[in-house]
Design a protein around this ligand. Structure first.
Ligand code: HEM
Ligand SMILES: N[C@@H](CC(=O)c1ccccc1NC=O)C(=O)O
Length: 468
């Protein structure tokens, strides 16, 4: 008989250890999930006052309601003429990962503002982005590269360490993490007004990831439950874990739907200009030279929800197999752009799920297969709702062919949505083999079959319209 598998240990924190500044700002825990261990730092040390002041002057509309440097098209000259290189002060914070992450957020905000400022004005004048700046000056590139090296982020704005998950504060710390108590720290457009579409976009991500502790716990419990079953023959813990995963994804999807009312499709394009990356974008045909850092141009992907860890966790746990296509290579490349501890956790989940054979165990009996189907259905539901956003906020509004992260806008998301639907089809077949059917399962099957056909038609239509 084959020996029963023993999972490799992985330390998911039960206590996020908020006071320990030497630990990375982002570490997976069952209390904070994928959010940072503590609320992001809002105030920079006095040594970085020039950076803070410049970021306050930057947004298209500043906190006081006036036109900022980006609106006037003056950020470039201010950076080049007035802004000091503060890199000498970084070393003082070498043991403070939390402060380094705040510095990373702020330098990456300044870098994206500087590089993409011309694109905002080109868009206003001609309706297309034109070219961004191709050289990042030393007063930004050197400190950005330094804080990125010390924190493990890429030296370009990332989703978690900067724009989305390290960009919120609590209006009243006593009230905790509720949407009405959140405000952004930095913004490109009007985001400092917490009722704006930019704020709504950023804070809805935070509001969703706030629900991730249960998803993390559910994933760990499913894996441990599978290990327990293989050793002891009792499947209850495995099923309980899957149920937790279903419940948490259901909550996350409910929050996702609130995006529509918090951030308007017609206003998305205004701040979106500043969250583009370099890789695969017409604005940076030759990449960007980071002066004083490297003579070879850099090419980083832009911010993207693809760098969020909740959906990849679900893909890895449920062993959703993606087709071997160049589109899937993009999905894998996105994995480099997340906090180191998130990456390690996601790899652990993937290898552990393979080791215990989550999918195989789930398809062995009708109750487990039904729970597994429900979990897949929540991942499909996420990707379907998300596809609706992409259609309404982006595809109907702009002909620019690549998303901020550099993926082809029409084909990439359907690649993954189809993969989930195909995984569900496999479960329907397994349930048939087990002679198990219920009206609920038949209903899901009908919905999913129709969605697959609708998606194919829609993608074909958009491709024909755009000649791609
Ligand atoms: C108005 C709202 C949104 C729009 C227009 C939008 C758009 C997009 C686009 C165009 C991509 C393609 C990747 C790229 O190259 O950049 C993407 C990827 C992704 N986004 Fe969003 N997004 C929205 C909200 C969200 C939210 C709230 C989340 C939640 C965390 C999220 C999670 C993801 C994920 C997980 C992917 C990777 C897709 C996959 O694995 O199939 N997005 N998004
Ligand atoms: N890829 C999206 C933007 C995007 O994905 C994103 C960017 C910054 C923060 C969160 C994001 N979430 C959604 O996927 C776009 O092309 O507009």
């Amino acid at each position: 008989m084959a020996p029963t598998p023993t999972l490799q240990p992985f330390h998911v924190l039960d206590d996020a250890r908020k006071d320990d500044k030497a630990l990375p700002a982002f570490m997976v825990s069952t209390t904070r999930g994928f959010l940072p261990r503590d609320e992001p730092i809002t105030d920079l040390p006095a040594e970085f006052a020039a950076l803070d002041t410049l970021l306050h002057r930057c947004p298209l509309q500043t906190a006081t309601g006036e036109a900022g440097l980006l609106a006037e098209g003056r950020l470039g000259e201010v950076v080049e003429q007035e802004f000091p290189n503060l890199v000498e002060h970084v070393a003082k914070f070498a043991n403070d990962q939390v402060m380094l992450t705040a510095l990373y957020r702020d330098y990456s905000f300044l870098a994206s503002s500087y590089l993409l400022e011309p694109c905002h004005h080109n868009m206003l004048k001609s309706g297309s982005y034109g070219l961004g700046r191709s050289v990042l000056p030393e007063n930004i590139s050197i400190p950005l590269a330094e804080v990125a090296k010390l924190t493990g982020f890429q030296p370009f704005m990332e989703y978690a360490g900067s724009y989305a998950l390290y960009n919120y504060r609590l209006l009243d710390p006593a009230l905790g993490l509720t949407y009405d108590n959140l405000a952004p720290i930095r913004a490109f457009e009007h985001g400092l007004d917490r009722t704006s579409s930019e704020a709504g976009f950023v804070l809805t991500h935070v509001d969703m990831v706030k629900e991730s502790p249960q998803l993390v716990a559910g994933a760990v419990n499913t894996l441990k439950g599978a290990e327990h079953y293989l050793g002891h023959g009792d499947k209850q813990l495995f099923k309980d874990g899957l149920k937790e995963v279903v419940d948490s994804l259901t909550k996350i999807n409910r929050v996702l739907e609130r995006m529509w009312s918090r951030s308007k499709p017609g206003e998305y394009g205004n701040f979106r200009t500043f969250i583009f990356g370099i890789a695969g974008q017409s604005m940076f045909p030759n990449g960007v030279i980071y002066k004083g850092v490297s003579d070879t141009p850099f090419s980083f992907r832009g911010e993207s929800g693809a760098n969020d860890s909740m959906v990849p966790l679900s893909d890895n746990l449920l062993q959703i197999s993606m087709p071997e296509t160049p589109l899937t290579d993009i999905l894998k490349d996105f994995r480099k752009y997340r906090p180191g501890n998130h990456m390690e956790f996601l790899s652990w989940v993937k290898s552990s799920a393979e080791q215990v054979g989550i999918k195989k165990l789930a398809l062995e009996d009708a109750e487990s297969a039904t729970l597994y189907l429900q979990a897949l259905d929540q991942v499909r539901d996420f990707r379907w709702r998300h596809w609706n956003f992409t259609r309404e906020y982006i595809i109907k509004k702009t002909a620019h062919p690549t998303a901020t992260g550099g993926s082809p806008i029409i084909r990439w998301l359907p690649n993954q949505l189809n993969a989930v639907i195909n995984a569900q089809m496999e479960v329907f077949r397994a349930l048939e083999d087990l002679d198990h059917t219920t009206p609920g399962i038949a209903e899901v099957r009908e919905k999913v079959t129709k969605q697959k056909a609708d998606l194919a038609k829609e993608v074909e239509k958009f491709c024909a319209e755009r000649g791609v």
